[in-house]
Design a binder for this molecule. Sequence first.
Ligand code: THG
Length: 370
Amino acid sequence: MAASLQMTRRIRRTPYTRRVEQAGVKDFTVVNHMLLPKSFQHTPEEDYWHLRNHVQLWDVSTQRQVQLEGPDAIRLAQWMTPRDLRPLKTGQCMYAPLVDENGGMVNDPVILRLADEKLWMSIADSDVLLWGKGLAAGSNFDVKVTEPDVSPLAVQGPQAGAVLSKVFGPSVTEIGFFRFKWFEFEGTNQLVARSGYSKQGGFEIYLNGSHLGERLWDAIWNAGEPYKIRAGCPNLAERIEAGLLSYGNEFTLENNPLECGLAQYCSLDNDIDSLAADALRTITEEGVERLMRGVLFDPPSDTHIAQPWPVLAGERQVGQVTSGTRSPRLERHVGLSMIDRGFWRAGQKVRVLDPNGCMHHGEISELPFK
Ligand code: THG
């Protein structure tokens, strides 16, 4: 048996962890120094179909908020991302790569505009708080960079609107995709956005106030009972099919956003004052050496991929599958891999090497998978 992780104060619990344990969590991972549930009693395949057909409650507190507040909040945020933030109005969200001066990916948060001079960056797994504080201090920008007591709880799946209507009233369903509104909960004002790390539709409640965590969990749980609500977590097969990337798995500081397939979120407009602007213009001129793609292949069993599996074209290694699992819908393995130039065309035949030394036939696919 593999050794287990010993819990300490550095591995932060969330406002919902007790409820997650009561719901029968089987294992966790650590993201942003905080627990993220990875599985419950059901198989990943059962959870996949349940998410697509019903509704799930996910503790995604690890999506920490980095708050930028002050007259230079937008200026600092625009330094951190090459995505043009001018269209981001109060009440809206934007997915945006954070990129350093060499073109390296620092993170890929959802950015929320709370007010003229206040933003949240809802981050993936890296220490954006420290990078932001360093940039703010070094630049003398008039902005405070903090981590507020905000812990997102996601409600995902086709019945999410029906469930949350019972908790916040029917007007939650009027929130547009990547928009948010404020709702009363236990005498407090809470931000509810239509977003989430799945393509099955749903909402994220950015709970401000850890002490309210179990009351919020219970309110949604009780409202969801007639809809077969289950505790869940981001589903690996579903997110890979959808082409949703995971920082630290698919890409790191070593990768630029263009090879990650995030060119649509990078503006090369000269008016955008981002740290990455010069580096990204150079990479654009030279063209990328590799590109994020899907790989469809056939291992015999339902093997979860914990370490990268090499991808070969002929005898040459052209990439590595960094996340992969069996897709219940496509009935094959789906994986994400950066693939070398010359080999990333959809339909390109490849072989994938597993840790036991077995080769599996496959081919390159567009993202999202069809
Ligand atoms: N929700 C929130 N914070 C997060 C995530 C989340 N932080 C970490 C991680 N997930 C960031 N990754 C993604 C990746 C894709 C999307 C959201 C977060 C996403 N993208 C839209 C799409 O693909 O359709 C694009 C939206 C846009 O055009 O701006 O939803 O899940 N709070």
